[in-house]
Design a binder for this molecule. Structure first.
Ligand SMILES: *[C@@H]1O[C@H](CO)[C@@H](O)[C@H](O)[C@H]1NC(C)=O
Ligand SMILES: *[C@@H]1O[C@H](CO)[C@@H](O)[C@H](O)[C@H]1NC(C)=O
Length: 598
């Protein structure tokens, strides 16, 4: 068996004696990298204490359950993931983890993200939730690690069997609960029958489809390895290995035939046993629940997106934004996506495109629309987002779908938007000011959860990266006066716009063109007039049944909205303060004054 051991020998010997078997944590490096351009933003000792807590917790989980080979956890901005190959003993798994957690920090001392992939285990940490990523496309292309020493088995016999077993594993593993399979297949050469051993594994938090594509890529990287006697390949979401020598115990071998289309494999399979850890299955069911179907960043081909949107036809158009039109696209694999065609003026903006996209592609929050990838051809820039069948919030408030949203849904939507903004302002590693929060930029998913769209683009399109900008990127009615008039930009510009959106959600009215003469047609002014006359209940959307809502809650939400529109330097709260106000049970202590109006 292979042994590239970098652990203190005494430790291993001790383990060997304790377990009475040969211990091998398989610390053979396949690939490692750091998350680029992300620096640790807190004091090193604080970071290390969070880092230690994350991996101590993962270690605790893996030690407590001998059958567990996969764990994730997050402690204060350190998201961690460890996966051991299922054929490692629990002690080997822990030994591999202990080694990896030190090594990855040595490799990436200044970065708040990095990973190491060994034959025996995989460890990754990031400052964001990466659990559903399967490919590390932003890192260098992965190569398989191939032992080019020819197999003792004859190449002519060995090669096709390796190809057959790997093809079948790539097809079967995504369909198996726990995403793990180890199997063997006989090879006859020179009158002697021997075996090929192979195993495949995916990270349990990715989708079946992503497991499949990750393994396909891993296999491509190994294709030229046979007749080399053994090969391994891995990416963020998967691992694939074959050998002419056994590298796992017989009792974990399973019959993969039932998982292959039509039930037949490309050559006869040796069936030795079938054991699938029940605990594994339970774990996957538990960890998958609540995770949305996400992919790692992808570069799409312009041609594919063009055909997905039927050459950007009028029929496919689903929206017109400040930064360009949006089309519904149906990709070859059947996935429905939203494709935004950017109208980018300056060449500087084009230069910035990739770095900006790389920044926003890491934004991962349930209340923010997910950027799936991009494409670029000459001056034409396309962004591919997840598609939201329910469309934008404005159509539910004063458009064709008005009256559909219950009061409870409206309150959930308000809270969701606030949480998304807190993430953009405070929790993502770079503060992103949206600058154009409005109801038509809030999309609703199938469960009416809000998702903020069009974020991060302002910096890309406008060349005003400084604090004081000359042109403003907002929309009349939502834009804070200090930004519209003086160009003063801060996170609180988004707080102001959020307050206006809240009033639209409560009233079911557009923020401008109210057709109420006395109030200049502004919803904000109208609200203030009602509120100061203690008539705020009149603001509530007449489509709502008064039995649905509680007037105290209505008052509180209107007060929060009005606070959001106060002067930025005095009473206007940050978005995290807004979330606190929305979620605690007490009433608003600081009463709002007259909003700052245009
Ligand atoms: C983190 O754990 C390592 C051992 O794994 C230890 O050497 C280090 O002092 C710990 N750091 C903090 C800040 O807890
Ligand atoms: C390849 O074979 C040579 C000669 O038998 C041996 O010394 C070497 O360690 C082998 N390489 C690997 C990677 O197994």
């Amino acid at each position: 068996m292979l042994t590239v051991i970098q652990l203190p020998g005494a430790f291993l010997i001790l383990l060997t004696i304790m377990l009475g078997v040969l211990s091998d944590p398989q610390i053979v490096l396949l690939r490692q990298d750091c998350t680029r351009q992300t620096r640790i933003r807190v004091e090193m000792s604080v970071f290390m204490s969070n880092y230690n807590r994350t991996f101590d917790e993962i270690r605790r989980q893996l030690s407590n359950n001998q059958n567990l080979h996969f764990a994730t956890t997050v402690e204060t901005d350190v998201y961690g993931m460890v996966q051991c190959r299922n054929y490692l003993s629990s002690a080997d798994c822990i030994a591999c983890l202990d080694f990896a957690r030190v090594q990855v920090r040595r490799n990436c001392p200044d970065n708040d993200g990095g990973h190491v992939i060994y034959k025996g285990c995989f460890l990754r940490y990031e400052s964001y939730n990466f659990y559903t990523q399967s490919l590390l496309v932003s890192f260098e292309a992965s190569a398989g690690i191939c032992n080019t020493n020819q197999s003792k088995l004859q190449a002519a016999a060995f090669k096709p069997v390796v190809e057959g077993i790997m093809t079948d594993l790539v097809a079967a593993t995504p369909k198996i609960n726990g995403y793990f399979a180890a199997t063997t297949r006989p090879v006859s050469s020179g009158g002697v029958t021997s075996k090929v051993y192979a195993a495949a594994q995916c990270v349990e938090t990715i989708s079946q489809k992503d497991c499949q594509s990750c393994l396909t890529i891993a296999y491509n990287n190994l294709q030229n390895c046979p007749p080399g006697s053994e090969g391994s390949s891995a990416d963020a979401g998967c691992f694939l290995r074959y050998s002419d020598a056994s590298f796992f115990a017989d009792n974990i071998i399973i019959n993969i035939t039932p998982y292959l289309r039509g039930g037949t494999s490309s050559s006869k399979t040796t069936i030795i046993g079938a054991v699938v850890g029940v605990l594994c299955i339970l774990l996957i069911l538990a960890t998958r629940a609540g995770l949305s179907k996400l992919q790692g960043p992808v570069t799409y081909s312009f041609k594919d997106l063009k055909s997905a949107t039927r050459s950007f036809s009028e029929d496919s158009k689903i929206g017109e934004g400040g930064y360009g039109d949006v089309y519904k696209g149906i990709l070859k694999n059947g996935d429905v996506v939203a494709v935004k065609k950017l109208s980018v003026g300056t060449s500087k903006a084009k230069e910035d495109f990739e770095s900006e996209v790389k920044l926003i592609i890491n934004i991962n929050h349930r209340n923010i629309i997910r950027l799936l990838g991009w494409s670029r051809r000459g001056s034409e820039l396309l962004l591919v987002f997840e598609y939201m069948a329910n469309g934008s919030l404005d159509t539910f408030l004063y458009g064709v779908k008005r009256g559909i949203l219950s009061w409870k849904r409206r309150v959930d939507i308000i809270l969701g938007i606030a949480r998304g903004l807190v993430y953009l302002h405070e929790q993502f590693h770079k503060c992103i000011i949206h600058r154009d929060i409005k109801s038509s930029n809030i999309l609703l998913d199938d469960e009416y959860q809000p998702k903020i769209a069009d974020f991060g683009l302002a910096r890309l399109i406008r060349d005003d990266q400084s604090h004081v900008s000359t042109r403003f990127a907002g929309t009349l009615g939502y834009t804070a006066p200090e930004y519209a008039i003086h160009g003063h930009l801060s996170e609180k510009v988004d707080t102001y716009a959020f307050g206006v959106v809240v009033l639209e959600i409560v009233s079911g009215r557009r923020c401008t063109n109210l057709n109420i003469k006395s109030d200049n047609g502004s919803l904000l002014e109208h609200t203030w007039n009602l509120y100061s006359d203690d008539m705020h209940s009149d603001l509530v959307d007449e489509n709502l049944d008064p039995n649905e809502y509680n007037t105290d809650q209505v008052k509180k939400i209107i007060e929060i909205a009005l606070l959001c529109t106060q002067s930025p330097t005095s009473m206007r709260p940050t978005m995290s303060e807004v979330v606190v106000l929305l979620t605690n049970d007490s009433s608003i202590k600081q009463k709002p004054g007259k909003p700052t109006l245009f």
